[in-house]
Ligand binder design. Structure first.
Ligand code: UDP
Ligand code: MG
Length: 322
């Protein structure tokens, strides 16, 4: 390991050809100002535009640039994990490629790290240029998550953060596949602190987090850090069972002691619908957990690297003969 590297910057990239050049230059400027050795690890998460070619271009001029390229799109959280796996710096910083996270803040994070903190996360006080829907759903999600778990996961923070090597090594020991990295960082513990910032707009290009990826991420967050959703099934089930019983008793008693007949079919059908709906939801929740158990049980590798440049750790190479 070339241990003289102080800082490893991990940048997950997925089709970021429109911003990557700006990002690289701004990061380089900030990191040069530390006057300490660093590496910029770009993790290409299966981009199918010119992102890789651009990164290779940076690398030709600059030895600090390193590249890990996946064989396909494995997802943002996995890309971050791979970057950490390959990093060698004494501190590791994870930052988005779209300049929504201002690179200049890294200097503040480093200062906190030098004060003795092991994790310095960036807390958003404002989010610019994001839709009302995204902000509201994100805020709702963070609140539900923190209400349903005992681990203190800071609200309104993304993956933009600095981790001490020690924390990074501990994270590498957590083998789970459906990763919610921010939660895992909290789980690991150690002294953690925040620096605040206003989240900028994406510099260019479109978000790479469509609704389905956001839903997957929130479900990963909830299911890996809380059993409450699955327990809800018990509570709701019990409440329904007893209210059903009381309701039935009431109807029977009324029928026996008064002259009125038992209520019409509409009522039965309505009840049926409600109950089936709840049952299905609960089965869905259980399914979420079982699916994840299955994922863990299969024990597939987290990601497959197709090429990598400038890394100390080497991937298994199989020569291609055509
Ligand atoms: N990203 C990734 N793989 C994906 C989706 C996103 O590596 O499947 C990267 C993306 O290039 C960016 C970061 O993750 O650097 C955050 O994505 P984005 O900015 O699109 O998310 P948003 O800020 O809109 O939530
Ligand atoms: Mg973004």
């Amino acid at each position: 390991m070339d241990t003289d590297i102080r800082y490893s910057i991990v940048i997950p990239v997925y089709n970021e050809e429109t911003v990557i050049d700006h990002t690289y230059r701004r990061l380089k400027k900030v990191m040069d100002s530390t006057r300490e050795p660093y590496e910029l690890i770009f993790v290409n998460d299966g981009s199918n535009d010119h992102t890789i070619a651009l990164i290779k271009g940076f690398r030709d001029q600059d030895d600090a640039v390193k590249l890990i390229s996946f064989s396909r799109n494995f997802g943002h959280q996995i890309a971050i994990t791979a970057g950490m796996d390959y990093s060698v710096g004494a501190a590791v910083v994870v930052i988005d490629a779209d300049l929504q996270d201002p690179p200049e803040l890294i200097l503040e994070m480093i200062a906190k790290w030098k004060e003795g903190y092991y994790v310095v996360y960036a807390k958003r006080t404002k989010r610019k240029g994001e839709t009302f829907f995204k902000k509201q759903t994100a805020s709702l999600f963070y609140r539900i998550l923190s209400a349903s778990t005992d681990i203190e996961i800071p609200t309104d923070t993304g993956d933009f953060r600095l981790l001490d090597r020690r924390v990074c090594e501990e994270l590498k020991r957590l083998p789970e596949k459906n990763r919610y990295v921010r939660g895992l960082v909290s789980w690991v513990g150690f002294r953690q602190t925040a620096v605040e910032y206003e989240r900028d707009e994406r510099l260019a290009g479109e978000t790479k987090y469509p609704l389905n990826k956001m839903i997957k991420l929130s479900l990963d967050g909830l299911t890996s850090f809380s059993f409450k959703p699955i327990r809800m099934a018990d509570y709701i089930g019990a409440v329904l069972f007893f209210s059903g019983l009381i309701y039935l008793a009431d109807m029977l008693l009324t029928a026996i002691f008064t002259a009125s007949a038992i209520a019409g079919w509409n009522l039965v059908i309505a009840m049926q619908l409600v109950l089936t709906g709840i049952l299905l939801t609960m089965m869905g929740i259980i399914g979420e957990y079982i699916g994840r158990i299955y994922d863990e049980a299969r024990n597939r590798p987290l990601y497959i690297v197709s090429e990598c440049y400038g890394m100390v750790r080497k991937e298994r190479k199989v020569k291609r003969v055509v």
